[in-house]
Unconditional design. Structure first.
Length: 469
């Protein structure tokens, strides 16, 4: 056994044990977006004064470990707060892959009383649903569920709820499987079938939830379009006059729905990790010091803003969109994505690389192509789409003009785009206020698998290019 000193604490490690395994086992907050494969390089720590990747470092002797700052993600819920005392309350919870959001709801007033957010502690096991599914397959769902429930219970205490009859829950299909302690491994292998997809009712005590009697989850659509999207649809409602709405949730996976009064279609595009920073050199979530906006000034100088106005330490999703758009606009990136210099330096220790631009091209092409596939499947033109709603962890600060300029969104929808913040939480609050009933029946929405769609393949190649006109 070896001793690992971390601040004032000392842990014992087995010979050859990965440092990341010891940190996870002792609930030490170090993120491993790539699931421990050593590719994202986000789990950097200091071991005896030297930088090491926790997921690659094998403990062979006594060591001293120092952690870099890992602050909570700054997330805006978009929920309107009504500061009213109420005894008749319930809770609404959105389990995001990256962020958790909990809302205390007055059932008498039909309004939110308080909202708190926190980082989903499962980020220590991987950034996206695929890495979480892989962890469940190799180990079990127990650890992922336990760490999630502990965080939720802490949030319930922090929000000041001692007793609520019901907690209503939304989240993607994988997150809900883990929350209920159900093995999600089947979602990760063909034919990608979930164990459950419908509304679920459970005794809160049996799940380990404190301060609540029962738990009710919203239904989902498919393995990759979950209850979080249904909650978003519940908040938005149906369009009128034979028009269509588009809803895009830009979380760790881009889930997209095109719908009307007569039903709709949905899909998921593998783009989220790019916007969460998992495969971007200096990418990060929207935590302290993340660049979230960027522009060139008239004199050619660059200006950027960071989360909490701290020194720049990385780039989050909205910052990435702005940077790529501005570099395109000023000819630093050409229409193919080629950048003559290997790195564009933003600040000390923060840069965008040529490889990062390629990652962005993959992500933006996946999202834009998926939108076009859904529209084609229903023979819907841009003139029939009356609104495009963008939701997700960073939608509050997204620059729509730059999202269009960089090819993430079709230019025809720029003036129709509305940012919603956390539509999943908003829709779950509405579900709670409606006594656990959806405002509409969304069961007719059909899922389109992009991996089997030849049009998507063609569009994906075409949309890899940037439009610099």
């Amino acid at each position: 056994m070896h001793k690992v000193r971390l601040g004032e604490k000392i842990f014992e490690a087995n010979d050859g044990e990965k440092l990341s395994e010891l940190l996870i086992r002792n609930k030490i907050d170090v993120q491993h977006p790539c699931g421990g494969r050593g590719t994202c390089k986000k789990c950097k720590v200091k071991v005896n004064g030297q930088d090491e990747l926790a997921c690659r470092y094998e403990i062979k002797c006594d060591i001293d470990v120092e952690l870099y700052d890992n602050s909570d993600i700054v997330s805006e819920s978009g929920v309107e707060i009504n500061d009213t005392a109420s005894q008749n309350v319930c809770l609404a919870l959105d389990i995001g892959t990256t962020t958790l959001a909990l809302c205390l709801v007055s059932l008498d007033e039909k309004k939110a009383i308080k909202v708190i957010t926190a980082t989903n502690p499962q980020v220590a096991y991987g950034a996206d649903v695929i890495t979480r599914i892989d962890y469940c397959r190799k180990n079990s769902v127990f650890e992922l569920k336990t760490t999630l429930i502990e965080q939720i219970n802490s949030m319930i205490r922090d929000i000041g709820c001692n007793e609520a009859l019901t907690m209503y829950v939304s989240g993607n299909t994988t997150m809900l499987h883990i929350f209920f302690g159900v093995d999600c491994s089947s979602i990760g292998v063909a034919p990608y079938e979930p164990v459950f997809i419908g509304e679920r009712h459970e005794d809160a005590k049996a799940l380990g939830i404190v301060g609540v009697e029962r738990v009710v989850s919203l239904p989902g659509v498919s393995s990759f379009v979950g209850a979080d999207i249904v909650a978003g649809l519940n908040y938005i409602g149906l369009p009128k006059d034979d028009s269509y709405y588009l809803l895009i949730d830009l979380g760790t996976n881009a889930e997209i729905v095109l719908f009307s009064e007569n039903g709709g279609v949905a899909t998921a595009a593998a783009a989220g990790p790019c916007f969460e920073g998992a495969n971007i050199s200096c990418g990060m979530s929207a935590t302290k010091g993340a660049i979230y906006s960027f522009e060139f000034m008239g004199d050619g100088s660059a200006r950027f803003n960071t989360v909490m106005d701290q020194k720049a330490v990385g780039i989050c999703g909205t910052g990435l969109i702005d940077i790529v758009s501005e570099l395109l606009r000023h000819g630093i990136i050409d229409e193919t994505g080629y950048m003559e210099q290997e790195e564009f330096v933003l600040d000390d220790g923060v840069w965008l690389s040529a490889a990062d631009v390629r990652q962005y091209q993959l992500a933006k092409s996946a999202v834009c192509s998926a939108i076009l596939v859904l529209m084609s499947s229903l023979n819907v033109g841009f003139d029939k789409v009356s609104k495009l709603f963008i939701s997700g962890g960073f939608s509050a600060k997204i620059n729509v003009k730059n999202a269009v300029a960089s090819g993430l969104l079709p230019k025809e929808l720029q003036e129709k785009t509305v940012a919603l913040n956390n539509s999943s939480l908003l829709g779950t609050v509405k579900f709670a206020c409606n006594e656990g009933k959806l405002t509409e029946d969304f069961s007719s929405i059909k899922y389109i698998d992009l991996s089997c769609d030849p049009l998507f393949s063609d569009l994906f190649v075409e949309n890899m290019m940037f439009d610099i006109t």
